[in-house]
Design a protein around this ligand. Structure first.
Ligand SMILES: [Zn+2]
Length: 60
């Protein structure tokens, strides 16, 4: 099957957007705070998913 580069690059662009958003949260001090409940996101979750916006209870 032929690789759909448009799809692959689209996915990469989405990942880049998520990194940009995470850097923005880091800059404004909201990094590591769950967007749903406002609670802290565990360090081990951030370590495995550094761009996540939610704690383990509120996975999107
Ligand atoms: Zn939460």
């Amino acid at each position: 099957m032929e690789t759909d580069y448009e799809q692959v690059l689209g996915d990469a662009e989405t990942a880049l957007d998520q990194v940009d958003a995470a850097l923005g949260r880091l800059a404004d001090g909201s990094y590591g705070v769950c967007a749903t409940c406002g609670g802290g996101i565990p360090d081990e979750r951030l370590a495995s998913a550094p761009t996540t916006e939610t704690c383990g209870q509120h996975t999107a």
